[in-house]
Design a protein around this ligand. Structure first.
Ligand code: ADP
Ligand code: AMP
Length: 222
């Protein structure tokens, strides 16, 4: 039976950092809709052209575009052992579409892990975030610096600062995407008894240990 999991949390909570590790350790497909959209912008696809300005100001990309992009991603064979969703679903419409897609495949979400953290810490994390051009490996200038300045440890590509990791856009993303759009999604999953909370303000290793404990517990219940 595939293991399908959702990581939710405000922008900068550390979802991508943990997801990359968990997905490779547990053989799950890491699906990060933000990474997919940035690739579309880079490649200049019609989706990328439509999404670019929306992302730069910190708004959500329209549901129909995101759902279509996700549907196609879910049809790839690497999703068969299970998916680790990072940044999707972000609205109630996306959550309902996801349920429909999984139901059609006789699958269901096993758990939704919500990363809890204050805005002040998010601003600190996002202002210092650097990502690599080749594959979106994530660093932080203070909390997780690369070995050589400005260069990815994993693939040697250049590190850059995302356009939307500026204090004013960080606040817009937090308010519109987390406080407003995500609350009903969490309630929806809470109603299905699927939500676990995680203290994401801890250092990386402690977050990793708490997350591993939650996921191991799921395995035992299955
Ligand atoms: P998200 O995917 O939730 O937007 P990221 O995983 O990209 O968040 O993390 C945001 C920034 O915070 C990155 O610069 C990352 O290196 C850093 N970071 C991630 N987890 C922690 C942590 N537990 N403590 C301190 N910094 C962290
Ligand atoms: P992220 O990399 O997760 O921080 O996402 C970067 C940006 O991509 C967000 O600020 C949104 O503009 C857009 N985005 C990513 N995922 C979604 C989604 N599921 N729904 C709508 N917009 C999204």
């Amino acid at each position: 039976m595939p293991l399908d999991l959702i990581l939710m949390g405000p922008p900068g909570a550390g979802k991508g950092t943990q997801a990359a590790r968990i997905a490779s350790e547990r053989g799950l497909a890491h699906i990060a809709t933000g990474d997919m959209l940035r690739a579309a912008v880079r490649d200049g696809t019609p989706l990328g052209q439509e999404a670019e300005a929306i992302m730069a100001r910190g708004d959500l990309v329209p549901d129909d575009l995101i759902i279509a992009m996700f549907r196609e991603r879910l049809s790839a064979p690497d999703t068969e052992p299970g998916v680790l969703l990072d940044g999707f679903p972000r609205t109630s419409a996306q959550a309902e579409a996801l349920d429909g897609m999984l139901e059609g495949l006789d699958r269901h979400i096993a758990s939704v892990i919500v990363f809890e953290i204050e805005l002040e810490e998010l601003v600190r994390r996002l202002s210092g975030r650097r990502v690599c051009r080749a594959s979106e490996h994530v660093y932080h200038v203070d909390f997780h610096p690369p070995k050589a300045d400005g260069v990815c440890d994993e693939d040697g590509s250049e590190l850059y600062q995302r356009d939307d990791d500026q204090p004013d856009v960080i606040r817009t993303r937090f308010q519109k995407q987390w406080v407003e759009a995500a609350a009903p999604v969490i309630e929806y999953y809470r109603g299905h008894g699927l939500v676990s909370n995680l203290d994401a303000a801890q250092p990386r290793e402690q977050v990793a240990a708490e997350l591993d404990g939650l996921l191991d517990g799921l395995g035992q219940r299955a």
